[in-house]
Design a protein around this ligand. Structure first.
Ligand SMILES: [Zn+2]
Ligand SMILES: [Zn+2]
Length: 352
């Protein structure tokens, strides 16, 4: 079968490899969609410390069950059958550490990842490892949800995890930095699930800002390359500031701007990580103190968030179909990475 394998930074190859075999405690999938995100581009250029090469990459996965290991259903109390449609979690918690037992699976200290320690979804077939099945990380796709939509459940789950911590209330003003697919999803979740009020979308790439705004229709877009973002948000909120600010970008300055534009009792999510070589920001601590700000981190998602994402897609509360703007065959997966890197599409999905 064909698989996209990482060997080293700038050395990712589409290869013919042997079709994987399914162990007694594993499930084998025919991958139908594996979507791409900024992380794939980062891996292509820089690799990743947890990624052991050669490795089939791809972590936003949906497919069809083609084989169920003999012990799976009895061991995990499951009912998987050949032909079932399924979505796979990407971040795999251990289920046993202090954090997992507290229910904080997104910050499991022994977390492993599909496409890092286990072969991922840029391949015709993949094995769902026992570690995923153990934490109930293989999810049934509702009948009315397509494989392409289901593959977006993983990044969607990360956004759900972040917003759960923010306590968004009905009518809250929300600012989202970053007009990528995840920024679009944040806007839809804030409105569709949490009943947010006015939403403002910020980016420095005018084309991407327009493309995403056409899809999710924020009350206003703000081009950070042209205007003073903090000043504009203050104007738009009558000087009060934003109740909620989400930084879905790796730009340090957005975190500083988030603190400067937050309203009293404002809630901030540092959703996007910063570059490893430059991870510090300047924070006026007194602003945080006197304005009583709440600053949250966000690290991936738990298996339960993936289930909820599939449910929100199925009920129509948070549609994702129109955010998937490119469908690309596995043979052209590297082109897909280029499209993501240049911000030419909202979401790009690969179809092996
Ligand atoms: Zn991703
Ligand atoms: Zn754990």
């Amino acid at each position: 079968m064909k698989a996209l394998r990482f060997y080293a930074p700038e050395d990712v190859r589409l290869e013919d490899v042997e079709e994987p075999t399914c162990g007694p405690a594993e499930v084998k999938l025919r991958v139908r969609n594996c979507s791409t995100c900024g992380t794939d581009v980062k891996i292509l250029h820089n690799g990743h410390q947890n990624l052991t090469p050669p490795r089939t990459i791809g972590h936003e996965i949906a497919g069809e069950v083609v084989e169920v290991g003999s012990e799976v259903n009895a061991t995990y109390g499951a009912d998987w059958k050949v032909g079932d449609r399924a979505q796979v979690i990407a971040a795999v918690p251990c289920g046993e550490c202090h954090e997992c037992r507290k229910g904080w699976m997104a910050v499991c200290q022994n977390q492993t990842s599909v496409g890092y320690q286990y072969d991922g979804g840029f391949a015709e077939y993949m094995i769902v490892p026992t570690q995923v099945l153990k934490v109930d990380g293989l999810n049934r796709i509702p009948d009315n949800v397509g494989f392409d939509e289901a593959s977006a459940a993983e990044p969607f789950a990360c956004a759900i995890n972040a917003q759960e911590l923010l306590g968004i209330e009905e009518g809250d003003t929300v600012v989202v930095f970053g007009a990528g697919p995840i920024g679009c999803m944040h806007i839809r979740i804030a409105r569709g699930v949490h009943k947010a009020g006015a939403v403002y979308l910020v980016d420095v790439n005018a084309d991407r800002l327009k493309m995403s705004a056409d899809a999710v229709q924020p009350e206003e877009t703000i081009n950070g390359a042209e205007v003073d973002v903090v000043e504009r948000v203050m104007e738009l909120t009558g000087g009060r500031g934003a109740d909620v600010v989400i930084t879905a970008t790796a730009a340090n300055v957005t975190q500083e701007q988030a603190i400067a534009m937050a309203a009293r009792n404002g809630r901030i999510s540092f959703f996007g990580g910063l570059p490893k070589t430059d991870p510090t920001i300047t924070c006026d601590s007194n602003v945080v103190h006197y304005r009583q700000l709440h600053i949250h981190g966000a690290n991936g998602s738990a298996p339960e968030h993936n289930k909820r994402a599939l449910e929100y897609i199925s009920t129509g509360q948070v549609p994702v179909k129109d955010l998937i703007t490119e469908h690309i065959p596995l043979e052209r997966a590297l082109d897909a990475f280029g499209i993501v890197q240049r911000g030419e599409a909202i979401k790009v999905t690969v179809e092996p």
